[in-house]
Design a binder for this molecule. Structure first.
Ligand code: KOT
Length: 795
């Protein structure tokens, strides 16, 4: 049999005319990418056959974002080929890690929501569940962040140059998507017939990224749609003399799959975004329906065989699109179509931030998607009628799908889906008790919770091989397959020698990160210092600013009051949405603190601030294993779940956090003694809002707050000052940094004192690793599969 490495050699010979010893790293990279893809295609063939023969129910996961991260290492690891390839390359003078570094991160997502989608695909595939992901093949993924003079600058992420080797183009499965035009109603002998005329069409081309599972039979598909102009249609118009309109398709197609919108937890409200959403949902729905019909010759049983999951509201147009297909293409009655639709969709809400709850202006929406609009309007009419009948009229202001000439996409999802879930216990409680209270009253039982989880094979086994191999030897359980088994480590919580071993591994990971920090920023950091990490998107509610206030507090105490704290390295990684001025100011502020501290001969011995540019999956894989402290300090009630908190915990970092999102469940898992919780709780935040939050009162009554803020006014480095940030905190402070300041500073002191007791810290860290089992994405996806989707593994 020809081995995998023989195939690599053969590829290099036939493709480049080189033997392996003559090949370049770039050629070896290409050979590995292509041959790994081929290997997955072969596996996929066998798996698909079983799946088709079984005729079992399948899940389809719709998401505008999949933050895939690098694929090559993940695939070789999952296929069990990493060692063989590593040895083969080493024998021939190559280093596998350097080859991995050639692959660009497929950054088809902004942050948590997109990364979760990818973690779930990995987990479902590892467990042999049949699941297909659908999204857009963005030509430019999340921008590359460069910090210039402390300011974020964005550069295009041209990932396809080197990233496209993993993709398989499926020209046989193209579909047509229709925009603009008008609808015409016509009574025929079969009833009302609606046609869509004078539309502009765009072609959706499918590109498949095959997703591997860990030692699994399954290979699932992430189908990414790319837009291309419909040339045939253009020619017809051109012949009719409509030159301008004949290029319309080119113009639309050119832009649709061009770029990922870089806004996280925010809604951009642009026409292009509507087109992107409809483009990929329509393409996906057409394909699902076409395949289903080809198998069963009917759509009556669609909901028995298909579940379509909507990852937040961005893919919500799936709902009216399926109605359109059933009504206009398959001539179902409204009632029958609605009956199918309302059994097919499940929806996850990922945020309660008002600015992220998607709303579309009718005036913008209707001309672009006239038929889809008319269906949404009809769904709304019928829903409102029903509410009147059941006596829920007074709540229609919040529940109506169209209100004040705006289409509320979350309301559309709730009305049309059979299940709605939040992403942590706290978040799901807020949904039913507050955000969607009225809906919960009229749809009892529709809402539930699935706490998020992470692909632990990426976040420990691959990114922290040293820890993994140590735990494998110590515990002798296959926690890589089943993370719940890692709990066996708990037995060693008082074992000094194990604690010391873990500490050594942590130090090694810190040294690796220090090297990277030195190379990328020039800053020398002390490996013995506390590595205090806050890595996530930059957002006011996540309160990177609170972290920065504490740094200023320490600076003052060291400089003016002779404080000599345990040395600490504050590590930040964060991208700000490109139009988000305050977020960019905060980055500038953090970078200025870094510079100011480096310039101070005393303070820099105790505090370092490092802002690592271009935070992305690959960088997360370097930072997370090296962290001692995991900063999860959002204002209570605002972070739906968080998943970085879980990755950091699994790598032995101790959480310093508020009772927000999944921190609440981390607290429950490790117990009060193994976590640092501070700050107002969600009810306390709400109470304070009700009574009128006045940050100036905190400023006036606390000299520490006053001194800290007034000191910030004196910072003037290279012509930049931060009066705007101080004024913002005193006059508005929407996320209550000042209210939580004291509690945070006090908790930070406790962190420091605990760190001094190495044995205690080590034991707490061990408990965090041991109790991380429930945060595996395997657990989350199993809950989706059993409790929501009702799907089985392929046997
Ligand atoms: C973005 C735009 C609109 C609606 C929601 C979002 C969103 C939410 N983007 N990322 N999130 C995060 O999703 C993660 C996965 O569930 C959560 O852990 C995190 O708390 C959300 O902020």
């Amino acid at each position: 049999m020809v081995g995998f490495t023989d195939e690599i050699g053969r590829y290099l010979e036939t493709k480049f005319g080189n033997s392996i010893d003559e090949a370049s790293e770039r050629q070896v990279y290409q050979a590995l990418m292509v041959k790994t893809r081929d290997k997955l295609s072969e596996k996929r063939f066998d798996y698909n056959k079983k799946l088709k023969d079984s005729k079992q129910k399948q899940a389809f996961y719709m998401s505008m974002e999949f933050l895939v991260g690098r694929t090559l290492r993940n695939n070789l690891f999952n296929l069990g080929l990493e060692k063989e390839v590593k040895d083969y390359l080493e024998k021939n003078g190559f280093t596998l890690d350097k080859i991995y570094d050639i692959e660009p991160d497929p950054g088809l997502g902004n942050g948590g929501l997109g990364r979760l989608a990818s973690c779930y695909m990995d987990a479902l595939t590892s467990q042999d569940y049949p699941m297909t992901g659908f999204s857009i093949l963005y030509e430019f993924g999340i921008f590359k962040q460069v910090i210039h003079d402390g300011w974020q600058q964005e550069y295009p992420d041209n990932w396809l140059d080197l990233g496209s080797y993993g993709l398989a183009y499926r020209s046989d499965e193209e579909v047509e998507i229709k925009f603009y035009g008008s609808t015409r109603e016509e009574w025929t002998d079969k009833g009302l017939k609606i046609t869509h005329n004078d539309y502009t069409s765009v072609i959706a081309e499918p590109y498949d990224l095959l997703i591997s599972g860990y030692h699994s039979e399954a290979v699932n598909t992430l189908r990414l749609w790319r837009a291309k102009a419909n040339k045939g249609f253009n020619m017809k118009l051109f012949e009719k003399g409509e030159y301008a309109r004949s290029v319309e398709s080119d113009v639309i197609a050119e832009s649709i799959s061009k770029l990922l919108y870089p806004a996280d937890d925010n809604d951009t409200g642009k026409a292009l975004r509507i087109k992107q959403q409809y483009f990929f949902t329509s393409a996906s729905l057409q394909q699902i329906v076409r395949n289903h019909y080809a198998t069963y010759s009917t759509l009556d049983n669609l909901a028995e065989k298909v579940v379509i999951h909507i990852n937040d509201t961005h893919p919500a147009m799936c709902i009216p699109e399926l109605m359109r297909i059933l009504l206009d293409e398959y001539e179902y009655s409204w009632e029958d179509a609605w009956n199918i639709v309302t059994k097919t969709f499940a929806y996850t809400n990922h945020t309660i931030m008002a600015e992220a709850l998607e709303k579309w202006s009718v005036d913008l929406f209707k001309p672009i998607l006239p038929r889809i609009y008319s269906i949404i309007a009809e769904i709304n009419n019928r829903f409102c009628e029903w509410c009147k009948r059941i006596g829920a009229l007074s709540e229609l202001e919040t529940m109506s799908i169209i209100h004040n000439n705006m289409i509320k996409m979350a309301n559309l999802c709730i009305v049309s889906s059979y299940n709605v879930n939040g992403v942590s216990k706290l978040h799901s409680d807020i949904l039913v008790e507050d955000t969607f209270k009225s809906f919960n009253r009229i749809y009892p039982g529709k809402f539930n919770n699935v706490t998020n989880g992470i692909a632990h094979r990426r976040w420990i086994a691959q990114s922290n091989p040293e820890l993994t191999s140590y735990l494998n030897d110590l515990l002798k359980v296959d926690f890589v397959k089943d993370l719940s088994k890692i709990e066996k480590l708990y037995d060693y919580k008082d074992d000094r020698s194990v604690i010391e071993d873990l500490e050594k591994i942590k130090l090694l990971k810190k040294a690796q990160l220090s090297k990277y920090i030195k190379e990328s920023t020039g800053i020398n950091v002390d490996n013995e210092s506390i590595f205090d990490v806050q890595v996530k998107r930059l957002h006011e509610y996540k309160r990177q600013l609170l972290n920065a206030l504490h740094i200023v507090y320490l600076y003052r105490k060291i400089k003016f009051d002779g404080l000599r704290p345990v040395p600490r390295t504050f590590i930040f990684g964060a991208k700000a949405s490109s139009g988000y001025a305050m977020a960019k100011n905060i980055i500038k502020f953090i970078c200025t603190l870094s510079e100011m501290i480096e310039a101070d001969p005393v303070v820099r011995n105790y505090v370092k601030v490092v802002f690592l540019e271009d935070y992305r999956v690959t960088l997360a894989e370097k930072i997370i294993p090296a962290a001692n402290v995991s900063e999860q300090i959002s204002q209570a009630g605002k972070e739906a779940s968080g998943t970085g908190n879980m990755k950091l915990m699994l790598n032995g970092a101790l959480t310093l956090g508020t009772m927000d999102g999944a921190n609440v469940e981390i607290h429950e898992a490790v117990g009060d003694k193994n976590i640092f919780i501070f700050g107002l709780s969600t009810p306390e935040v709400n109470e304070l809002i009700k009574n009128g939050y006045r940050p100036i009162d905190y400023y006036r009554s606390s000299s520490e707050i006053r001194d800290t803020l007034e000191f910030i006014r004196t910072i003037n480095l290279n012509g930049s000052n931060f009066n705007n940030i101080v004024d913002y905190l005193i006059n508005s402070d929407p996320y209550m940094c000042l209210a939580d300041f004291h509690s945070y500073v006090e908790k930070q002191k406790e962190v420091e004192n605990t760190y001094l007791d190495k044995n205690k810290w080590g034991s707490m860290s061990l408990v965090n690793i041991a109790k991380a089992g429930i945060f595996s994405a395997d657990r989350s996806t199993e809950e989706y599969a059993k409790n929501i989707w009702n799907i089985d593994i392929v046997k």
